[in-house]
Design a protein around this ligand. Structure first.
Ligand SMILES: [Zn+2]
Length: 276
């Protein structure tokens, strides 16, 4: 995706006075970055809110998008098999998404045993459709891991709330016996001042798993001194080790060198699958 195309989209939003933006969070982050580079004050856009979904994103990413575009960023959840978007949506509290229970019955199960878990426990989200015709779903396993809560929401809605999916039961990486979600790594990157532009590469060398994280620097983080770069890489590797309990190898790369995506970003390359 060329940045010229993105600049045109921002101009369209300005010309049409668009107030709501719907896309993937990674593309919203890219739009925010481009708005900044074009020297546009986010307050001059008419945008009020954004609805972002279709891929995992963190609270840190939400704050970064809200700041760069001057909007409130809301989470939406859905999947093609149910109805596409519209299964669950965040309210003004921004602390989870209310599920439209008049159309879907949600359950949380243990992904290994299929046992139904009580509210508040992490497990795989399962849906049964009540109103869908022609393509009904009975206890359909989403592979998304999350938590359901019936706690009273101050927005006034009484519909059950689901947490933001914490990962997928099938995209959790097991590296050297440790469960790793890409979202955990993203949380550390943003906390350490990096943009969420990264690639996680897992491989197996001499029967041992390796974890390489390629992270794009912001222009102000770049230095032409090799030692500065090595120090930054070491500091980031230590922060990630503290979170995950395993040692990664961090490779900082120059700004804009990781391809941006208009749709879902590809963040994980698991080369171990090639050897199996
Ligand atoms: Zn609410």
């Amino acid at each position: 995706m060329s940045s010229g195309n993105t600049e045109r989209q921002i101009q369209f939003m300005q010309d049409l006075g668009a107030t709501i933006l719907c896309c993937t969070p990674s593309y919203a982050a890219y739009l925010g970055e481009t708005v900044n580079e074009m020297g546009i004050d986010p307050a001059d856009l008419k945008l009020k809110a954004g609805i972002f979904g279709a891929e995992p994103w963190t609270e840190e990413m939400r704050r970064s998008i809200e700041k760069s575009l001057g909007i409130k960023a809301f989470d939406i959840y859905g999947l093609t098999e149910t109805s596409g978007p519209g299964v669950a949506f965040e309210c003004s509290e921004q602390t989870g998404m209310h599920i439209n229970e008049d159309n879907f019955i949600p359950e949380i199960i243990n992904p290994d045993t299929g046992e139904v878990l009580p509210d508040g426990e992490v497990g795989e989200l399962v849906f049964t459709s009540i109103t869908k015709e022609a393509f009904p779903l009975l206890r359909y396993r989403t592979r998304d891991l999350c938590v359901l809560s019936r706690k009273k929401c101050s927005c006034g809605r009484t519909l059950i709330k689901m947490s933001k999916p914490m990962g997928r039961s099938d995209d959790m990486l097991i590296i050297r016996g440790v469960n790793v979600f890409p979202s955990q790594i993203e949380t550390v990157l943003i906390a350490e001042g990096y943009a969420p532009n990264y690639i996680i590469e897992v491989d197996r060398v001499n029967n041992s798993d390796t974890l390489d994280i390629i992270v794009e620097m912001k222009p102000e983080q770049f230095s032409d001194k090799v030692k500065d770069m090595q120090d930054q890489e070491r500091a980031l590797a230590l922060a990630i080790k503290t979170m995950l309990g395993i040692n990664p190898k961090v490779h900082l790369v120059s700004p804009k060198s990781i391809a941006r995506s208009e749709g879902k970003a590809v963040r994980v390359i698991d080369k171990r699958k090639l050897h199996d």
